[in-house]
Structures are given as structure tokens and as C-alpha cells.
Design a protein around this ligand. Structure first.
Ligand code: URA
Ligand code: URA
Length: 244
């Protein structure tokens, strides 16, 4: 689907629900006022381009306050909760996944479902805790049916990730899965090619590994993921001992 077809589809869906509401009352669709208001403010059929004061946010909390009602792409209308990111706002280590799933959409926190449980174990395997690190995703809202994020969604959303990275200033980024690695490194290379070395991302050490959801599907990814985390730990410990 092209972005325009996608928007037309959403308009049709919206009209359908408004008709349903006329016929059956306000049961299925309770947010019509909110959506009408957002749409009236959107010059461009659903896309809202605010004047973006968040660009000068001085803290991650302030950034969250300013962007958590984002409707810059159609996922803003279908999400339950905006999944901004969680953890230590001064973290040395940042994990970047792909997109929220159903559990994350419900709770508003990244990596809280099955993949998240596994990510917690991976974090603990290198002697860190979930609260020590910062965890977020390439996009902040759940794509319907867990489909892969569309290029236009990534384009609309990633300025927020860049701002998070700028505010947190981690020494390490660990990207989880193909989407995050390819976007951060602006490449189409596959994960097999990207993992196993340390990349430089704007002066930050970037380590590419598999997505925990992929490990749940295929045990074969576990060993290389452990190798990647060992490589990270070595660099991390070296940096720590250099600092003290
Ligand atoms: N998968 C992701 O990429 N991110 C989440 O937050 C959860 C599952
Ligand atoms: N393919 C992906 O997209 N991610 C993984 O982590 C592994 C295979």
C-alpha cells in the first residue's frame, strides 16, 4: 500500500465507525471527539505537523511530555498507548528494538511481553539491570497486527529517537534485530553481516545483535547473541575500569 492508499483506507475505516456509531450508539468507538479535533487540526488528511517545540527539550521527561500525544503518522490514531522508552535517563547503555507489540501498546512501556522477559535476562547476563539501562524502539506506536513498520512511519518517528539519544548520551547502543540496525546504520546489509563488530554511531559504540523475539522463534540465534553480549561486556568493562 502506498502512504496515500493507507490514509484513504484509514479515512474509510473512520467513516465506517462513525456510521456504526450513528446506528448503534457510542459503544465501539468512544474517541470520536478526540479524533475529530485532531483531524481538524491536521491540514493534510491525518498528518499533523506541529511546530515541534520538543526539538529543544532539555530532558527525556520533558520530551515525553511534549510528544506522547503524537499523531504524525496514522499509528497515532490506532495505538492504545504511546511507548516512549523506559529506564535510566542517564544510562550508559541504550537498547533499541523495533516497535511496540500488543503488551507494550497496552502498558505504554517497551519490552514488557515475552520478548521483554528475555531481554531482561540478556541484560542481566552481562551484570546489568533493566533499571540501569535505557530501552526504547525505532517507532513509538504499535503497528496493527504487529506488521513491520512502514518507511513513512519510521521517517515520522525517528526524530524522537534521535532526540532521546542526544539527551541520554549513552556510551553504547545495542540494537535488537534488523530494523533497528539497518536504520541506525542506514544500510540494507543483513544482520549476519552487521553483527560481530563494533560500529561507530555518531561517536557512540553500536553493537548489533538479534531481536529477542527472533530468539524465541529460533534457538539458533541464541549463541551468536551471547557472543555479541560478551563482546559488549568486554568493551563496557574496559571503559568502566578506564574511568575509575
Ligand atoms: N519488540 C520490540 O521491538 N519492541 C518492544 O517494545 C517489544 C517487542
Ligand atoms: N531477522 C530479524 O529481522 N531479526 C532477528 O533478530 C533475526 C532475524
Amino acid at each position: 500500500m502506498t502512504p496515500n492508499e493507507y490514509l484513504e483506507f484509514l479515512d474509510d475505516a473512520r467513516r465506517y465507525f462513525l456510521q456504526q456509531e450513528d446506528l448503534f450508539g457510542n459503544v465501539v468507538y468512544r474517541e470520536e471527539d478526540d479524533v475529530k479535533r485532531k483531524k481538524a487540526a491536521a491540514p493534510d488528511r491525518g498528518f499533523v505537523y506541529p511546530d515541534e517545540p520538543w526539538v529543544s527539550a532539555r530532558s527525556v521527561h520533558s520530551l515525553w511530555e511534549q510528544i506522547h500525544e503524537c499523531v504524525k503518522c496514522p499509528l497515532g490514531y490506532s495505538r492504545t498507548k504511546f511507548v516512549f522508552g523506559t529506564g535510566n535517563p542517564k544510562a550508559d547503555v541504550m537498547f533499541v528494538g523495533e516497535a511496540p507489540g500488543a503488551d507494550e501498546d497496552r502498558q505504554g512501556e517497551p519490552f514488557v511481553g515475552r520478548a521483554g522477559q528475555l531481554l531482561n535476562k540478556i541484560i542481566e547476563s552481562v551484570g546489568l539491570k533493566r533499571e540501569d539501562v535505557y530501552i526504547c524502539n525505532i517507532i513509538k506506536c504499535r503497528p496493527p497486527n504487529n506488521r513491520a513498520p512502514l518507511p513513512m512511519e519510521i521517517e515520522a518517528c525517528t526524530p524522537y529517537l534521535l532526540k532521546q539519544i542526544e539527551l541520554i548520551k549513552p556510551s553504547f547502543i545495542i540494537s535488537l534485530g534488523r530494523t533497528a540496525a539497518q536504520w541506525l546504520l542506514q544500510t540494507n546489509d543483513n544482520l549476519g553481516k552487521l553483527r560481530g563488530t563494533v560500529h561507530d554511531y555518531r561517536g557512540i559504540k553500536l553493537i548489533v545483535t538479534y531481536h529477542p523475539a527472533a530468539l524465541l522463534r529460533n534457538e539458533n540465534w541464541k549463541r551468536p547473541t551471547w557472543e555479541d553480549m560478551k563482546m559488549f561486556k568486554k568493551l563496557y568493562d574496559a571503559q568502566k575500569s578506564g574511568q575509575s
